[in-house]
Design a protein around this ligand. Structure first.
Ligand code: PHE
Length: 341
């Protein structure tokens, strides 16, 4: 023993330490004994020989040995952890096994349409707001210039919850709520669900969505109204999409229009979807009726505006070629999965 110098002993410890960092589990167990074994352990021997050294050398060797002990413990601890972590991905892995599919959600086509529409109107300065689905007949009808004996207010179309309380039949009541609460300038889009006593067939549902739009300010003209809806259609569909305004009637707008866009299926040449007309109706719209402004506390002499209401389900059907509106409500995974990006 005495013939082996401490330097040689330290060198042997250091060599073992290098091997330790790469050792597999069986070799690691052997190396632990080689280094720290109570009888023959390399480091144990160094420590044991300290008493035979001169005081000065004893201090230097003792210090170095202690540092190495700390390092050895750390390396062993780390290596054991690495080996444990590697256990399950080691040789017992079968790389031919099919992977586990991770399920990714998708944006529902109606939600995608709503978000895209609101984003385009955001560019034109419109904020996105919402309103209640349970309404009073005042907001749903009378403030909007719809007398309660008007066909739209008829029990036939409306789900009444109790006298005077109903499920809103359109998003237009949010127009009245907003005008009552905010002074012009007002520019809002209002996505939300509406309810009607309609059959549930390929083109009707008793619950569906609408996006209401309302702009009220000084000096708003029919020109701004047309320009805004033209901008929307060209940005939502495509830059060469033609827009057509047909005269129509709504009690809360005057003049009123039905807005058509060029059929996206046949690009205007006429097909079954557009009934050979080349155009498809996407919304009702018009200049806000002065009586509505007045009902909501806005001076019709000073302010004017336009409003529109569109159906995101219809637009989603056009955009994605969906033949039956019921597909949008059934939540059949085979249908929904097609919208995973
Ligand atoms: N509220 C109307 C409807 O549900 C649509 C509309 C909104 C028309 C705003 C004109 C202005 O049919």
């Amino acid at each position: 023993m005495a013939t082996v110098s401490p330097d040689d002993q330290f060198e042997a410890v250091e060599r073992t330490l290098v091997e330790l960092r790469e050792a597999g589990a069986p070799r690691l167990a052997e190396l632990k004994v080689e280094l720290l074994g109570r009888k023959q352990g390399l480091l144990t021997q160094i420590l044991r020989s300290l008493s035979t050294l001169e005081p000065e050398e004893r201090r230097a060797v003792g210090q170095r040995a202690n540092q190495l002990k700390v390092e050895i413990d750390a390396v062993i601890g780390q290596r054991e952890q690495e080996l444990r972590a590697g256990e399950s991905s080691g040789e017992d892995v079968d790389p031919t096994m099919p992977g586990r599919r991770s399920w990714r959600g998708a944006i529902h086509p109606v939600t995608a349409v709503i978000d895209d529409v609101c984003e385009i109107f955001r560019e034109l300065g419109f904020s996105r707001v919402t309103g209640p689905e349970v309404e009073t007949d005042a907001y749903n009808f009378t403030k909007l210039n719809i007398p309660l004996d008007h066909p739209a207010a008829d029990m036939h179309d409306t789900f009444y919850l109790s006298p005077g309380i109903l499920l809103r039949t359109h998003t237009s009541p949010v127009q009245a709520r907003t005008m009552e609460q905010h002074k012009p300038p007002i520019r809002i889009v209002v996505p939300g669900r509406v309810y009607r006593r309609d059959p549930f067939d390929a083109s009707h549902a008793p619950v569906f969505s609408q996006i209401e739009g309302l702009a009220v300010d000084e000096g708003i003209t029919f020109v701004e109204f047309k320009a805004a809806l033209d901008y929307f259609a060209k940005h939502f569909f495509s830059a060469d999409t033609e827009v057509r305004f047909r005269p129509s009637f709504f009690p809360f707008t005057e003049p009123s229009a039905e807005v058509d866009v060029q059929c996206q299926m046949c690009r205007g040449s006429g097909c079954a979807t557009c009934h050979r007309t080349g155009f498809l109706e996407i919304m009702g719209a018009g200049m806000v009726h002065p009586a509505v402004l007045e009902n909501c506390g806005i001076d019709p002499e000073r302010y004017s505006g336009y409003a529109f209401g569109m159906g995101p389900e219809r637009i989603a059907m056009l955009r994605y070629g969906i033949p039956d509106i019921r597909m949008l409500f059934q939540n059949d995974m085979r249908f929904l999965r097609q919208f995973v990006e």
